[in-house]
Design a protein. Structure first.
Lengths: 306, 313, 548
């Protein structure tokens, strides 16, 4: 089970770049693939839509979310022409709140997932590739952060940063600071597996620089698990943001987020399920589009699929 | 391998010191008076407060208090809570409950997560794959609180009241292993989503690897290819995740423990942070770090078992 | 003085992620049940409690769960009838010529569980122990009105000059006298509460020193006794059996197990599944279904709690200092809709500073101030200069399930007054209290009060008296203080009522707090039991509970 010729072949064109033309690098190949991938196109449209909603929620809502539009007398109503998604316990329009809640949730989810993915991924790559003392230091530092349960730790951090600074940035920071060690472990595991593959050994024998080996040969083969975990992390971060807001240290009213809506509605979800179901549905759709996007990118990056 | 293990265990000492100091400093820096926290919504009696401050060294600077704490730990004393309960009493039993809960959850995770991931990978692009994707998204976006409450209501209450089947206890730990089934599953839900996706991706990668194609080409039976070659090599990211998740399950089970009234460590940690009970918080986190370190060490040892090309270094 | 009680009330709209933290004062969470597990005798009546915050020592118990258990193990000098009036239980008579020196005579025949007779010295010992600051008992403040208290508790940094209350004197085995610092005709109403229980000789290791294991294995004088020593932090069940020698006769049920829960929803599911018999507080979101499911076995009655919105009227923001603005805010709150929707009818609109459960409450005492009148509110708000005073801040603790009603009030104010409102959650209530104490809190804040004893005085002086132990608004009025003192000095409680009510009117006029809702007790019990009654302290009368 040795002749690992395929990757060597796929690496070949990029190894002898024709300087005059655009080099057909792994990354540009991937881009070409993506543009012709149906899943990628659908997912991109969905993501763009979510981004548009979070950038300009006012364009999408029906009655606005100014709290004065909430009528306590209309509490816990079902779906109607006036309230497409019904109303919540305080009589606020769920549809408008879902539109306005997108911003905080999507920003917190994306930014935290990307930050932890990049930081954890980079450190995991180094730890796995170099091993020895680099691994010892990075892995042990990760362990120090590891033992603090994430929501609890984030709660503590936000309590210290202070309730006056409670904003998206602090929330992202608090969530990300305890989540990168997991990515480090995952990336490190994948790198450790990949670096013993024959094509890496071959590249090394050919005298490729460590940086080149890492980026060209190991990364594309080790990035898949990190993408998978990060896409689900995105959902977990959105839920985490809710838990923190709920504990009084995260985003606060009158700001809205999906997570907060879910948290607020959960006590009465048997009586009034709509205020919980709709934000949960949009949360699912967001993760779905990101998962699809992640799969497509991963497939495009995989040289074995060519 | 022996030297590798010993080296890793020695490295645990600075990690332990680092974590305990980190958490000690965080709890120390929290705003709010621990003595007032003790009294809740009533204003605390100044005499009582002064006595307690003295007793718990609350007037000393951080580093001195950390010193006192380390001294006590070395002499085997985990300290007492502000309400006079020894921390060791709190540990007694509570870690056992949480460990049982986390292990149950880990088993659910491994079996359901890897099983579904495997199925999805083999049925890639078909309706089964899509249904599994939808299911995992559901697991991620429905909060544990809701899934826990619904399962408790349906399987715990309604199954008993309408059909007379009292298999799943509603709450408590009095029914042995049955007490842990529902909470274990609920605790595992989000992790099941991670593992399912991770298994699917990982397996699909290996299924495309040359040695698998070679094995198939050689005419090896499909099941044997899967078990012997594909799955085994896909396991590395999965055991990494499982190992890292054990600690998260133990420390982060507060909601599950609360819904099912399980007296575990997650709840205790939350309460103690709320009450600013440094000795309890640090004590629990110390034990959690130890569990992490051991779990990660075992996982690192497993790498070489799963892939003979990997060596300890 | 209790501002609010612990988990039970807080958990009215308990939010689960916080249910642990929400134990008001925060309980040590429940212990391992593996040992206690199902616990107790088969056929025991099972009662829901949260974990008591301390060992089972009467003087150290000011939260409802511990009080519930102690109520089964002990009987006090007095108890309360359906009208919340005290009647004598261990006491034969409680009399005073001047409302200052009280002579308490005990009935014959009460015995401690270990066989000791109940004597006057038992009460004096117990009260001295609790009143001693060095013992750090939660119930210490209950004795603040007794002569000699200040010598035992001179304040921070000073050395106490006494270890016993000078005002307590044993006359003979069955008689003792209590001398108060000031006349207080409502004194007998205080005596039914947990902190005033006696303690047997066997409780003490030496004079003034309690045995270390007493709190886990208390010896009481009540209808039930501990059947298995309780380990706090470990055992999830407190098991008791009937006291066959109880002086008033045998209880109708053989045993009671108190089961410790951290979340009301969990307990409620156990109740529905038949694993629990009595709950004296239900989760608000289950009330509608509970009414249907339990029918006659559903209990709804007024409780002593009042929820307010308070203002730092001396040190706060401009709007907090302005009486008319406070009145406008009060008139802009739609109490009826809030109690009906947000609280699902588990609270009722408040219209007085004195709770309906105590004598002296007057329906509608608040007048138009507590009536929902958006037009008038807006007019008053504008004429008082409200629009130029900036956003109104509404502080609340995020751990107690207050978010919804605070948001609802905020929406009311935004809509009706056109003012910007910022709800401001903090991690826990103590933060607000600290800031108020340091005069740093500028905005409005939520507040609540549960009585210590059923007297109107308890709703007035601690919260609004000059130097009151829980005076967070900064309200001060000599006239008010004098009226309350006059009420205390009246010969009987009834004669004192007009004075308390006049004092009440002064507070209603100045409005440092806005009364928003009265709490209610919502309980339910299984088909296994009947004749379940809950007293104003939310304690179940287990002595009279029967098996169905």
């Amino acid at each position: 089970m040795s002749n690992d010729t395929l990757p060597a072949e796929s690496a070949a064109p990029s190894a002898q770049p024709a300087k005059q033309e655009k080099p057909a690098s792994l990354w540009s190949d991937a881009w070409y693939d993506l543009r012709h991938n149906k899943v990628f196109i659908i997912a991109s449209i969905m993501v763009s839509l979510f981004v548009a909603v979070s950038a300009f929620p006012g364009l999408f809502d029906t009655v606005g979310v100014a709290p004065v539009t909430c009528q306590l007398a209309e509490s816990r109503q079902g779906i109607s022409a006036a309230h497409w998604f019904g109303t919540d316990n305080l009589g606020c329009d769920v549809y408008s709140r879902v539109m306005h809640g997108a911003r905080v949730s999507i920003v917190v989810g994306f930014v935290s997932a990307v930050v932890t993915g990049l930081v954890g991924g980079a450190l995991g790559l180094l730890a796995g590739f170099y091993g020895r003392w680099v691994d010892v230091i990075l892995s042990r530092v990760a362990e120090i952060f590891f033992a603090i349960p994430s929501i609890l730790g984030a709660l503590l951090i936000l309590s210290i940063i202070g309730r006056d600074n409670a904003g998206i940035t602090s929330v992202v920071l608090a969530l990300a600071i305890l989540a990168w060690p997991m990515i480090l472990r995952i990336m490190r595991a994948a790198v450790i597996t990949a670096k013993h593959q024959d094509y890496v050994v071959a590249a090394r024998a050919l005298g490729a620089s460590p940086g080149r080996i890492m980026v060209r040969h190991i990364l594309p083969n080790a990035v898949a698990p990190v993408i998978v975990v990060s896409t689900i992390n995105l959902g977990a971060f959105i839920a985490g943001e809710a838990a923190l807001s709920f504990l009084g240290v995260g985003i606060q009213s009158p700001q809205i987020s999906w997570g907060l809506m879910i948290a607020d509605a959960r006590n009465r979800f048997l009586e009034a399920p709509l205020p919980l179901l709709f934000p949960a549905l949009f949360l699912s759709l967001t993760i779905l589009s990101v998962v699809m996007l992640g799969d497509a990118v991963r497939d495009a990056l995989d040289p074995k699929l060519r | 391998m022996g030297r590798f293990v010993i080296r890793r265990l020695l490295q645990a000492i600075p990690v332990l010191l680092g974590t305990t100091f980190l958490i000690f400093a965080i709890v120390y820096a929290l705003p709010g008076d621990p003595i007032q926290a003790l009294a809740g919504e009533r204003r605390v009696d100044p005499i009582l407060a002064a006595t307690l401050r003295e007793q718990f060294h609350l007037n000393d600077p951080l580093i001195v208090r950390y010193g006192y704490y380390l001294r006590d730990i070395v002499s085997g004393n985990f300290g007492t809570t502000f309400r006079g309960l020894p921390v060791s009493t709190i540990f007694e039993g509570k870690f056992a409950v949480t460990l049982k809960l986390a292990t149950t959850a880990l088993l659910f995770e491994a079996v359901i997560g890897i099983g579904l991931g495997l199925w999805a990978a083999l049925r890639r692009g078909r309706w089964e794959d899509k249904a599994i994707l939808a299911f995992t998204l559901l697991l991620v976006s429905i909060p544990t609180l809701v899934s826990g409450f619904v399962l408790q209501l349906v399987l715990g209450v309604q199954l008993k009241t309408s059909l007379g089947i009292a298999f799943f206890p509603v709450a408590g730990v009095q029914d042995g292993i049955r007490s842990y089934l529902l909470p274990g599953f609920v605790l595992a839900t989000v992790s099941i989503a991670y593992l399912t996706r991770l298994t699917r991706t990982s397996l699909m990668e290996t299924l495309r690897a040359d040695y698998v194609r070679t094995a198939v080409a050689k005419g090896m039976p499909r099941s044997r290819v899967l078990g012997r070659h594909a799955l085994r090599n896909s396991l590395i990211p999965l055991v990494t995740y499982l190992g890292a998740d054990l600690g998260a399950l133990m420390g982060g089970a507060v909601i599950t423990e609360t819904i099912f009234n399980l007296p575990g460590i997650g709840q205790q940690l939350f309460t103690s942070v709320y009450l600013r009970e440094n000795p309890v918080v640090v004590g629990i986190v110390t034990v959690l770090v130890l569990i992490y370190i051991v779990a990660n060490l075992v996982v690192d040892l497993l790498y070489a078992v799963l892939d003979p090309r990997i060596r300890y270094e | 003085m209790r501002v609010t009680k612990g988990a039970q009330i807080v958990a009215g709209t308990a939010l689960l992620a916080l249910a642990v933290a929400a134990c008001g004062g925060g309980g040590e969470s429940s212990g391992t049940g593996s040992t206690a597990g199902a616990g107790g005798a088969a056929g025991a009546v099972r009662v829901e409690i949260a974990e008591p915050q301390h060992d089972l020592i009467p003087g150290n118990t000011t939260e409802t769960s511990g009080a519930e258990v102690l109520n089964a193990l002990f009987v006090g000098l007095v108890d309360y009838d359906a009208e919340k009036k005290p009647y004598n239980r261990v006491a034969e008579s409680i009399e005073s010529p001047d409302a200052t020196t009280w002579t308490i005579k005990l009935k014959d025949g009460y015995k401690w569980h270990n066989g000791e007779p109940v004597v006057a010295q038992n009460f004096v010992d117990s009260w001295n122990y609790t009143a001693n600051g060095a013992n750090a008992q939660e119930g210490n403040y209950f004795f603040g009105s007794v002569k000699g208290y200040d010598e035992m508790n001179p304040g921070e940094g000073k050395t106490p000059t006494a270890t016993t209350l000078a005002g307590l004197k044993v006359v003979d085995d069955k008689t003792f006298t209590v001398e108060l610092k000031n006349p207080f005709s409502g004194f007998p109403t205080m005596l039914g509460y947990t902190a005033f229980y006696g303690l047997p000789k066997a409780a003490f290791e030496s004079e003034g020193k309690l045995k270390a294991d007493f709190g886990g294995n208390p010896v009481g004088n009540g209808p039930f006794k501990i059947s298995k020593p309780w380990k706090r932090g470990t055992d999830q069940t407190i098991s008791t059996v009937r006291n066959e020698e109880f002086m008033e006769g045998k209880a109708k049920i053989e045993a009671v197990d108190f089961k410790i829960y951290t979340d009301l929803n969990t307990a409620y599911n156990d109740l529905r599944a038949g694993n629990l018999d009595i709950m004296d507080q239900l989760p608000a979101e289950q009330i509608a279904s509970a009414k249907q499911e339990f029918g006659e076995r559903y209990i709804e009655q007024p409780s002593s709690g009042i929820g307010y919105i308070g203002f730092p009227i001396k040190s706060g923001a401009d709007y907090a200092k302005n009486k008319d603005i406070r009145k406008a805010v009060s008139m802009a709150i739609d109490r009826k809709t809030i109690t009906e929707t947000v609280f699902s009818g588990t609270r009722v609109p408040a219209d007085d500073f004195i709770s309906p459960v105590v004598p002296g409450y007057r329906q509608g005492a608040c007048g138009e101030t507590c009536n929902y009148d958006p037009a008038k509110a807006k007019e008053l708000f504008t004429s008082a200069g409200g629009p130029s005073m900036g956003a109104i801040e509404l502080g609340y603790n995020a751990d107690g399930g207050h978010k919804e009603w605070i948001e609802a009030v905020a929406n009311n104010l935004r809509t009706n007054l056109g003012v910007e409102v910022t709800p401001k959650p903090v991690e826990k209530f103590a933060t607000i209290l600290d800031d108020l104490g340091a005069k740093k809190w500028q905005g409005a804040f939520r507040m609540a009060w549960i009585m210590d004893y059923p007297s109107p005085e308890n709703y007035l002086r601690p919260q609004f008296g000059t130097g009151g132990s829980s005076n967070y608004s900064g309200f001060e009025s000599k006239e008010f203080d004098d009226l309350v003192t006059q009420g205390d000095a009246a010969k009987t409680l009834d004669e004192g009522l007009p004075f308390y009510q006049k004092a009440d009117d002064l507070v209603l006029e100045e409005l440092p707090y806005i009364p928003v809702y009265f709490y209610q007790t919502n309980g339910a019990y299984s088909a296994n039991v009947k004749n379940v009654k809950i007293d104003p302290f939310e304690r179940i009368d287990l002595f009279n509970v029967e098996k169905a």
